[in-house]
Design a binder for this molecule. Structure first.
Ligand code: F0G
Length: 345
């Protein structure tokens, strides 16, 4: 079958105004990878899958929401898009702006944006502005800019972002035949968990596919929704979710409450261990995307019962985005001779 982007594939489910333009980089349709070895290592008795969103065109789940937001914005006449970003949103906005022939301006927090994300924003031609502050400061600023200047805001406070991102829930139901029992997801600005839940609820209303329970996972140094208060100086190795005041935090907590789920915090060490564990199954994700596994492991340790359940880890971004986090071993150097290689094997 010809591959389609999400706007075409899920046209009847995505609510966009008539002025929205056709737009696609063939985003979506990402692999749902069974990880039975990993499930066994965690005690077994349940089916575990990775929804590998790093397979999207710019390497993260943001492409699903961005294609919808940019389609609407450009159709409404916008010629400049703006966003605040820890990196992935910037890369995605820049790519879809390029595709649609408009300008992208991205505001990033001081330092700590992974190299692959910045390189992407640069090669797609975005104007990159670093602010002397956090992601939360950058988001406050772009919200103000978008009310005062003729630019379209494409952060997940834009409702069309959620319309696109909810399609990942549709894919899970289409592939599994129903919703998973439990879904674990990293939570930063809290747009994605809100979008997925919306998707599951809408599918369930028409197709009776069910609605999963959630484990939302934040990084310990950036866990406002676990602590119940804003974190002024968020810090974590999972730079994608280095956010102290999530714009959709209230909605995320409502999703957790409605599905009898949990919001957990994982330490940087737990996140990096989980990243290695996923890599041992052949799946390289960026640190933020390993947080769901770190959270699931915590919950298992705390005695949760997964017997007979279907569990999905939403792995939001590709490991290639953040290569600097991986420490490289010194290469073994030999002369180009068979005997030398044989001696090493
Ligand atoms: N995982 C990755 C890889 C992300 O880039 C983000 C957010 C999240 C998870 C959290 O998703 O914000 O919807 O709760 N990245 C944003 C950005 C903030 O600017 O790229 P969320």
């Amino acid at each position: 079958m010809r591959s389609q982007g999400i706007l075409e594939k899920y046209a009847s489910w995505i609510k966009l105004p008539d002025h929205a333009i056709p737009l696609s980089l063939n985003e979506g349709d990402t692999p749902l990878i069974p990880v039975p070895k990993l499930a066994k290592g965690l005690g077994g008795g349940f089916a575990l899958y990775v929804k590998f969103e790093g397979a999207n065109p710019t390497g993260s789940f943001k492409d699903r929401g961005m294609v919808a937001a940019v389609s609407e914005a450009v159709g409404s006449g916008a010629t400049t898009l703006i966003c605040a970003s820890t990196g992935n949103t910037a890369a995605s906005a820049a790519a879809y702006a390029a595709r649609a022939g408009v300008k992208a301006v991205v505001l990033i927090p001081e330092g700590k944006v992974a190299r692959g994300k910045l390189a992407a924003a640069a090669i797609y031609g975005a104007k990159i502005i670093q602010i002397d502050g956090s992601f939360d400061d950058a988001l406050t600023l772009v919200r103000e800019v978008a009310t005062k200047l003729p630019v379209a805001l494409v952060n997940s406070v834009n409702p069309y972002r959620l319309e696109g991102q909810k399609t990942a829930a549709f894919e899970l139901c289409d592939e599994l035949g129903r919703a998973p029992d439990l879904v674990c997801i990293p939570v930063g600005n809290a747009g994605n968990i809100t979008a997925y839940h919306k998707g599951f609820v809408e599918y369930d209303a028409k197709k009776k596919t069910g609605v999963p329970t959630w484990i939302g996972v934040q990084a310990e140094g950036a866990a406002p929704l676990v602590l119940g208060k804003i974190v002024a100086k968020p810090e974590t190795v999972a730079t994608a979710i280095r956010i102290g005041n999530p714009a959709r935090g209230k909605e995320a907590l409502e999703v957790i409450a409605a599905t009898k789920g949990k919001m957990l915090a994982a330490s940087d060490a737990e996140i990096l261990d989980a990243q290695k564990l996923l890599a041992s199954e052949g799946i390289w994700v960026e640190p933020a995307s390993a947080a769901p596994l770190a959270g699931l492991m915590k919950d298992i340790k705390a005695g949760c019962n997964l017997n007979g359940k279907t569990v999905v880890l939403v792995c939001t971004g590709n490991g290639l985005k953040d290569p600097d986090i991986v420490s490289l071993p010194d290469p073994v150097k030999v002369r180009p001779l068979f005997e030398e290689i044989r001696g090493l094997l």
